[in-house]
Design a protein around this ligand. Structure first.
Ligand code: XMP
Length: 516
């Protein structure tokens, strides 16, 4: 990095929302990098050669500060002159180091809470007396460390926000980075601009050059292949890789048989024009063969991840490629539990689903630190077609993780039809731009119905439609009954094997977006 960007470092204590903090900072035109929680003061000083560090944020994390192997930090960081903001676990570790008292809370708080603001200064500047915030914690600070003052409290949490009396060190028990904290953006802006005095001198274009350069340097004179599903992530990764490698790149589209109706044809049409080589691997039979007896979702994902790699290896041998490039984005990695302090939620096929032995020198993931909507911004800058940029996300394992339990061709065909009806009706109602995802799930439950005066016994299909900004949290969409009625009527009329349609009204958390 030649130009020195104003930068805020985020120390990663393993929280689900750690990268979200980084991204919220970048949204404000200030560069942000995620660094390990135990980064030493000397390492921070050496980073200053390439960026102008303006402040540190200590992320949340699933541990208790009193756990034996709780992630620690270099306590000397609290003595330097940089502004520091501790969030959740970050606040608790500041309290612990500075002789405050952290204990398990009398009542754990998960979800929305209302905090009373006692002093609206610094990070809380301009906020009201009561603020709606997102809490997710088991421990609480009970005794304030010496030299600190309380800025906010709740009924169950006497120290919900604090500040050092003299230094710009702040702690919040809640998560301002999550959209459920109503004025979270304002709080972060206060930290970035009021407290850290950063200048917004970074933009998305800067990251494109960095990613293209990274691919060029890594691959050198050799060849690479890229897994292209036709979704936004792998399409953007392909565009970047093609820019970096040109004819040294082969893009491989694996037709697993679990794509949506019409999808393989569309991918072929879009990418056959590519300057780099484009090949299609017809892999429907081998995927079905390996998956048909599997019930456990994690096993399904592992098998799919492995099978993808085997197909890629075969294609790589043909094109003499020693590198594999993937369109993995940040949420794929966090949910797969890649951080040493984070919990695994599900194995995204292209991360934790990868086999331990692979015949590639290295896997490159240029989009690994980005969120979906950042990828969309990159796509726009790269000039990719609009249909591709606005397309709803689709998981790599495809319909295989939307058919609950054992897979077979009949179920796959039924789901493809139901999914198409959902898509068509949502798009007819012009809701597609408001929704993050909308799809059907074929459950493993059967239910009785009446069709044409006769008893019917068939599958239960669930409709899932969610609103989200980055898939880390999501709300079920409050779609009107008349649209749901249209979808339900069409599905039960047009697909004889389905007798019942239900609507999933669960947010994420506690549910995930996909059912498996
Ligand atoms: P969940 O179900 O974890 O999904 O709330 C979050 C987002 O990720 C997508 N998803 C995947 N994408 N490989 C992918 O490329 C996967 O294995 C995978 N699993 C889930 C999901 O559709 C949603 O947008």
């Amino acid at each position: 990095m030649e130009k020195k960007y104003d930068t805020i470092l985020v120390l990663d204590f393993g929280g689900q929302y750690c990268h979200l903090i980084g991204r919220r900072i970048r949204e404000n035109g200030v560069y942000s990098e995620i660094v390990p929680h135990d980064i030493k003061i000397e390492e921070i000083k050496s980073l200053e050669k390439k960026c102008a560090i303006k402040g540190l944020i200590l992320s949340g994390g699933p541990s208790s500060v009193y756990d034996n192997n709780a992630p620690k930090m270099d306590s000397r960081l609290l003595t330097i002159d940089l502004p520091i903001l501790g969030l959740c676990y970050g606040l608790q570790i500041i309290a612990q180091i500075t002789q405050g008292k952290v204990k398990p809370a009398n009542r754990k708080e998960y979800g929305t809470a209302f905090v009373s603001i006692d002093k609206n200064i610094g990070i809380l500047k301009g906020l009201g007396k009561k603020e709606k915030v997102w809490m997710s914690h088991g421990d609480t600070v009970y005794d304030l460390p010496p030299n600190y003052e309380i800025l906010a409290h709740t009924k169950n949490c006497p120290v919900a926000a604090f500040k050092h009396r003299k230094k710009p060190i702040y702690g919040l028990q809640w998560h301002p980075e999550v959209i459920h904290t109503k004025n979270g953006e304002k709080m972060l802006k206060n930290f970035i601009f009021e407290v850290c005095k950063s200048e917004p001198n970074w933009k998305m274009e800067d990251i494109i050059e960095k990613m293209v350069e990274e691919i060029k340097v890594a691959v050198g004179e050799e060849n690479a292949i890229i897994g292209l599903s036709g979704g936004i992530d792998s399409s953007v990764a392909t565009a970047l890789a093609a820019r970096a490698l040109e004819d040294k790149l082969t893009a491989v589209f694996v037709d697993t048989g679990f794509m949506r109706e019409g999808e393989p044809e569309q991918v072929r049409k879009t990418f056959q024009k590519l300057k780099s080589t484009f090949v299609v691997a017809e892999a429907q039979d081998r995927f079905m063969k390996r998956l048909q007896k599997i019930i456990d979702p994690e096993k399904k994902r592992k098998i799919i991840g492995e099978e993808f790699i085997r197909v890629f290896e075969e294609k790589a041998t043909k094109s003499n490629a020693s590198f594999l490039i993937q369109g993995t984005i940040y949420p794929d990695r966090i949910e797969s539990g890649f951080g040493k302090n984070s919990n695994k939620i599900k194995s995204h096929h292209n991360v934790a689903g990868l086999p331990s032995k692979m015949e590639f020198k290295r896997i490159l993931e240029p989009l690994r630190d980005l969120y979906k909507d950042e990828v969309r911004k990159v796509a726009k800058i790269l000039g990719l077609p609009k249909e591709l940029i606005t397309r709803q996300p689709f998981p790599g394992p495809g319909l295989a993780v939307r058919i609950i339990g054992k897979l077979n061709k009949e179920k796959n065909d039924i789901l493809k039809k139901a999914d198409k009806i959902v898509r068509v009706e949502i798009e007819k109602a012009k809701l597609e731009n408001k929704l993050w995802q909308y799809f059907a799930v074929l459950t493993d439950t059967k239910a009785t119905g009446v069709k044409g005066d006769a008893r019917a016994y068939g599958y239960v299909v669930a409709i899932r439609a969610v609103e989200s900004r980055e898939a880390m949290t999501a709300s079920f969409a409050k779609i009107s009954y008349s649209i749901l009625e249209k979808i339900s009527t069409r599905i039960t009329n047009e697909i004889p094997q389905i007798t019942r349609v239900v609507y999933d009204i669960t947010h994420k958390p506690p549910a995930t977006i996909e059912w498996e």
